[in-house]
Ligand binder design. Structure first.
Ligand code: MRU
Length: 344
């Protein structure tokens, strides 16, 4: 299984996902601004993975700071938190991880202890990510049967987390339980996380995968090629509204049209229990991602482009939300509250 991010020789090492599927190589950072740049450029992406990257960014910031008092260190960490938070607005794991690290530092007695404890916290956040994904996998595996063909959108696999994955973690767990499962991955325009990352990751791990264009979702469902759908999430509200890669809403709507169960798999750190749909900022990305780079245009020069990176799937289209604490089902307000109560 691929390990997306790790701490190595006082640096953060991460797979450079901009080079996949052609080249599998790690890039290292010893500067928190470098980590922020990596998050922005999608060297590392996927909600849980960018949370852990940001946490390691805070560790680097604590080591880059020359502060000798806790007060001065907290000032520098707060500046790093603001800088790292500005990279991507939609995935809530980023803010969750930054606040967790900052709050841990704040509870320390002095600057050196703070540096030590946030380092330990970031390491345990990374290790717990894998444990959480495996637990989620166990909880979700029962929803999938022997012989199922499962559609997924974007990449919610090992490459979107520290390892194992959320949606692909559930598929991995079903395969580990001895079920023969096949995956149909959408290519996920415009950045192609499905073709570049999901197809690569599943082939790397020996799981049967076929790639389709995003426009073949309806065809695949209408022709009985899909038994179930499972996707990840960047943010889930207390009401069960799910924000995930652009196109997820179309897949969910099409699944409802064909009576195909549509599941979401995400850790509790992806839940935003305080926001309403109108508070969630959808990241808008560069037009060249859609119209092509200047040397290889796929649209006329100067065309106006809209490039939202995420969309919202309403709770009524979701058959269940798989978490490490159990599976939430409608009515989501009650079932999500119950999962949080049981876990904290
Ligand atoms: O823009 P990306 O590649 O960071 O978007 C990733 C997704 O939308 C994933 O589906 C989501 O983060 C879940 S990852 C376990």
């Amino acid at each position: 299984m691929l390990r997306t991010i790790l701490w190595k020789n006082d640096k953060v090492a991460m797979i450079d996902q901009t080079k996949l599927p052609g080249t599998l190589e790690y890039v290292e950072y010893d500067d928190y601004k470098g980590v922020a740049d990596a998050i922005k450029r999608l060297v590392i992406r996927g909600a849980p993975a960018i949370g852990v990257a940001a946490a390691f960014g805070m560790v680097l910031a604590s080591r880059q700071s020359s502060a000798t008092t806790l007060k001065d260190l907290l000032r520098d960490l707060d500046a790093a938190r603001t800088y790292l938070r500005a990279t991507r607005p939609t995935a809530v794991n980023l803010v969750w991880a930054l606040n967790k690290i900052y709050d841990t530092a704040k509870m320390s007695t002095d600057a050196q202890t703070a540096r030590d404890v946030i380092f330990k916290e970031a390491i345990s956040m990374a290790e717990n990510d894998i444990i959480t994904n495996k637990t989620m996998g166990r909880n979700g595996s029962v929803l999938f049967g022997d012989g199922d063909t499962i559609m997924t959108h974007c990449n919610a696999g090992a490459l979107a987390t520290v390892g194992y994955g959320t949606a692909l973690g559930v598929i991995r767990a079903a395969a580990e339980d001895g079920k023969s499962v096949q995956v149909i991955a959408t290519e996920t325009r415009p950045i192609q996380q499905g073709s570049r990352l999901t197809a690569f990751e599943l082939m790397h791990d020996g799981i049967d995968v076929s790639l389709i264009s995003d426009t073949a979702v309806g065809y695949s469902m209408a022709n009985g090629l899909i038994d179930k759908v499972v996707v990840g999430a960047d943010r889930i509200l207390s009401t069960g509204h799910v924000y995930n890669k652009i196109g997820t809403y179309q897949v969910a709507t099409m699944a409802r049209q064909h009576n195909i169960p549509f599941y979401v798999a995400a850790p509790l750190s992806t839940f935003d229990m305080d926001s309403e749909p109108q508070d969630v900022v959808i990241e808008m990305r560069r037009s060249a991602e859609v119209s092509g780079p200047p040397e290889n245009r796929t649209a006329p020069e100067g065309v106006n482009v809209l490039n939202p990176a995420f969309d919202m799937t309403p709770p009524e289209l979701i058959s269940g939300i798989i978490t490490e604490a159990g599976v939430a089902t409608a009515p989501y307000v009650e079932s999500i509250k119950k999962l949080f109560k049981a876990n904290f």
